[in-house]
Design a protein around this ligand. Structure first.
Ligand SMILES: NC(=O)c1ccc[n+]([C@@H]2O[C@H](COP(=O)([O-])OP(=O)(O)OC[C@H]3O[C@@H](n4cnc5c(N)ncnc54)[C@H](OP(=O)(O)O)[C@@H]3O)[C@@H](O)[C@H]2O)c1
Length: 254
């Protein structure tokens, strides 16, 4: 990686854990949420003052949709305020050191309305649940920075598939978590500033998960939506042509 030291938030989570295991990021500090509680502005500022790093990979979040629905205050505090605290600390550090921190923010395909699919980065963001709104609020603060990349994505942990049935008629651009880790490394190194969709080809939930858990059963979107007290995405697939272009360029440069 082009950056010296990297600060990773959310290192104990699914994505953060895979980032740490990948070995792609050599010089990485990953404080636990007890060591760096992102909702505590003063603690975040102090951490930025006392630790030296050139890049932040921000994975910490309240990432469970059901929890965000039940506890909107917590969703806003961790996802929106927590991200904003990191952004403010990064701006202050930049003013002191004159160096621009590279800030990689992990967002979600859930900022799109997720009904028609094929969403481009320039399409309107119109989340369909509280998780999506809190993540969109986080994105708004990251846009204030000079050197940032917001990655809108959805990933699956291929060794930890939760449910026994998935819908054949709901769609995403989901990718395995290890592929996302490689994408984060590429985007951290790239000069790209802005928002990018990172994912694969449009795939039904059933087809995506069946590849890794052959015992899963097919079902219909309405079966799952009918049993769920909050709105789910019907077609959250994304246009990933910008990502494919950057990925190809990165491959060519190696
Ligand atoms: N899972 C998906 O399919 C998916 C899809 C799209 C985007 N995303 C995004 O990807 C990122 C990672 O998701 P994930 O599934 O890996 O999440 P996860 O497994 O639920 O992990 C969340 C991480 O955030 C940390 N955290 C929570 N509150 C914190 C606080 N106040 N201060 C510091 N750290 C805190 C947790 O630490 P503790 O363990 O100590 O609480 C944990 O390390 C999130 O931004 C999520 O929104 C996820």
């Amino acid at each position: 990686m082009k950056y010296g030291k990297v600060l990773l938030t959310g290192g104990s989570g699914t994505l953060g854990g895979h980032i740490l295991k990948s070995g792609l990021f050599k010089n990485i500090i990953a404080p636990s949420s007890a060591e760096l509680d992102i909702t505590n502005a003063a603690a975040v500022e102090k951490f930025f003052e006392e630790n030296d790093f050139d890049a932040v990979i921000h994975c910490a979040a309240l990432a469970r949709i059901s929890e965000c629905e039940k506890e909107p205050e917590k969703a806003m505090l961790i996802n929106a305020v927590g991200t904003s605290n990191l952004v403010v600390a990064a701006i202050k550090k930049e003013a002191e050191t004159g160096r621009k921190t590279r800030f990689i923010h992990i967002s979600t395909d859930g900022v799109y309305q997720s009904t028609k699919g094929d969403y481009s980065e320039t399409d309107e963001a119109m989340p369909y649940n509280r998780y999506g709104w809190a993540k969109l609020a986080a994105e708004a603060s990251v846009n204030v920075l000079a050197n940032f990349c917001i990655i809108r994505t959805r990933f699956l942990d291929t060794k930890n598939i939760k449910y026994d049935a998935y819908a054949t008629d709901s769609y995403t651009s989901i990718i395995p978590v290890d592929e996302l880790v490689k994408a984060i490394a590429i985007m951290a190194d790239s000069e790209f500033v802005g928002t990018i969709n990172v994912g694969g080809q449009k795939v039904s939930d059933y087809d995506a998960y069946k590849r890794y858990k052959p015992t899963i059963k097919p079902c219909k979107f309405e079966d799952i939506q009918g049993k769920t007290p909050f709105k789910l995405s019907k077609d959250a697939s994304m246009n990933v042509s910008l990502w494919k272009k950057i990925q190809k360029q990165a491959g060519a440069e190696k």
